[in-house]
Ligand binder design. Structure first.
Ligand code: PMP
Length: 287
């Protein structure tokens, strides 16, 4: 069965899913998106993702030509049409086709695209042995430049950081904010465990407020692990007992080395593994 892509109300074969070369999503990265998981045929935290999509769109003054209810139905329709019980869903809303100038008021036809596929952000082995990461020179956007809370189609900031990580011989980067505090990774939020407490940078550190991050905090509370949002420096990372990343695509992945320093004993930590196990159960029992 060929992959079906939703595009403006229709489900079409993958090779027929096309948009204009004049679309400002392509020309300027003008648009927003979401990545959502389907576990056992059910869309995980759908409402949270749809809400964030609409907030991202509002922040860039992009009117999505559908209601939240319609977008939710379109996601379910696309998932059902592709018949994969476990999948990754990408929803993209572009500004639409316009002229060869920035002016978004010339774009009258925003495109709503929904793709379901599989995703593997990091090779499997790293989930068992842990990931090595580095901090990189490219900073996370200042909120007055382009708010990191907007999940926009403009990911160059993160792509530059990813390139710097690759140049350093690893596959993921930790980005700091313009004040030098830890923000997040290129497509994941970051957590550390320090003296039994779970710590993660607050939203105003300049992060995307991850839905997986929220799930992790809920799970920690359920397990009686103290959680706090706290400004973190590189020093805090280096001396942490444990570290891990969270994201829809990545799920939860342990980090065992940062800037050539072993984190804890250099193996995935106990609390990290406990949360990973709880996360697995949460997605298996996806409400
Ligand atoms: N930060 C960034 C920059 C992201 O792009 C993402 C999503 N891939 C995340 C964090 C994690 O967010 P979520 O858990 O909602 O997927």
């Amino acid at each position: 069965m060929s992959l079906k892509v939703y595009i403006n109300g229709e489900l079409v074969d993958k090779q027929d899913a096309k948009i204009s070369v004049f679309d400002h999503g392509l020309l300027y990265g003008d648009g927003v998106f979401e990545g959502i998981r389907v576990y056992k045929g059910k869309v995980f935290r759908c409402k949270e993702h749809v809400d964030r999509l609409f907030n991202s769109a509002k922040a860039i003054a992009l009117r999505i030509p559908m209601t939240k209810q319609e977008v939710t139905e379109a996601i379910h329709r696309t998932v059902a049409a592709n018949g994969r019980p476990n999948a990754y869903v990408r929803i993209v809303v572009t500004r639409g086709a316009g002229t060869l100038g920035l002016d978004p008021t010339k774009c009258h036809d925003p495109q709503v695209i929904i793709i379901t596929d599989s995703i593997s952000l990091y090779p499997r082995e790293f989930y068992e042995k842990g990931l090595e990461v580095v901090t990189v020179p490219t900073m996370r956007n200042h909120h007055n430049v382009l708010s990191p809370k907007i999940k926009s189609l403009n990911y160059l900031n993160n792509i530059l950081a990813k390139i710097e990580a690759r140049q350093a011989g690893v596959i993921e980067a930790i980005m700091l904010n313009p004040l030098g505090f830890v923000a997040e990774c290129t497509g994941d939020n970051i957590f550390i465990v320090s003296r039994g407490r779970l710590l993660t940078p607050p939203p105003d550190a300049g992060i995307l407020e991850g839905i997986t991050r929220q799930v992790v905090m809920e799970l920690a509370e359920r397990a009686g692990i103290p959680v706090a949002e706290q400004q973190l420096t590189r020093f805090d990372l280096y001396v942490a007992d444990e570290c891990f990343l969270s994201g829809t695509a990545a799920e939860i992945i342990p980090v065992v080395r940062i800037d050539s320093r072993d984190i804890g004993d250099g193996t995935p930590g106990k609390i990290t593994l406990q949360l990973l196990q709880m996360f697995r159960e949460e997605t298996d029992n996806n409400p």
